[in-house]
Design a protein around this ligand. Structure first.
Ligand SMILES: [Zn+2]
Length: 195
């Protein structure tokens, strides 16, 4: 694959990440490519699917395997916007993916060099080539924008909750301390000027 192809397919993976962001999931997207053609797509959706394994890579691998009718994907490449975790690195190896291209590094769970490098472990029998940092700035910016928006939302929710607390601590400010006399109450003085 040329550098131009890598950029093209990473852009396609970013398009998949947008699906995740739109449904409130951490925006990570992936595509599987064979012979210059996208054969599988996936985006991160563990919350919506109630599935801890529903990472973008797993979705793209499942889509490609179903489409190609093969549980192994030899000669395929996987593009993903975030460095794969250990689970996804394992699935990529089981699928016999030939080459993996990832965008932003994940210092917390990255299994392609950030925390561990499962693609450089000689005791694991399948070795996909791993290329990191492709469109890293764009991939990281997508994640940063998502988390910034989520923090802003959390702040405004906290402000709203505080405002509600203040109101509930001050009942006089919310309801009058005594009800005004009702005009239809026979014991109350009339409020109508014509009487
Ligand atoms: Zn993963």
């Amino acid at each position: 694959m040329s550098d131009a192809d890598d950029l093209r397919f990473m852009r396609a993976a970013l398009d998949e990440a947008a699906h995740a962001a739109a449904s409130g999931e951490v925006p990570v997207g992936a595509v599987v490519v064979r012979g210059g053609e996208i054969v599988g797509r996936g985006w991160n959706q563990p919350i919506g699917r109630h599935d801890p394994t529903a990472h973008a890579e797993i979705g793209a691998l499942r889509d490609a395997a179903a489409r190609l009718g093969n549980y192994r994907l030899p000669g395929c490449e996987l593009y993903v916007t975030l460095e794969p975790c250990a689970m996804c690195a394992g699935a990529i190896q089981h699928a016999r993916i030939a080459r993996i291209v990832w965008g932003a590094a994940d210092p917390k769970t990255g299994a392609c060099g950030s925390v561990v490098d499962l693609f450089a472990e000689p005791r694991l029998n399948h070795h996909a080539r791993s290329v990191g940092g492709v469109m890293a700035a764009e991939c990281a910016a997508t994640l940063q924008a998502f988390f910034a928006e989520r923090r802003a939302l959390a702040r405004s929710r906290r402000r709203l909750a505080t405002a509600r607390e203040i109101l509930s601590d001050d009942p006089a400010g919310r309801t009058p301390s005594s009800e005004p006399p009702r005009s239809d109450d026979p014991g109350a003085p009339s409020t109508r000027a014509s009487d």
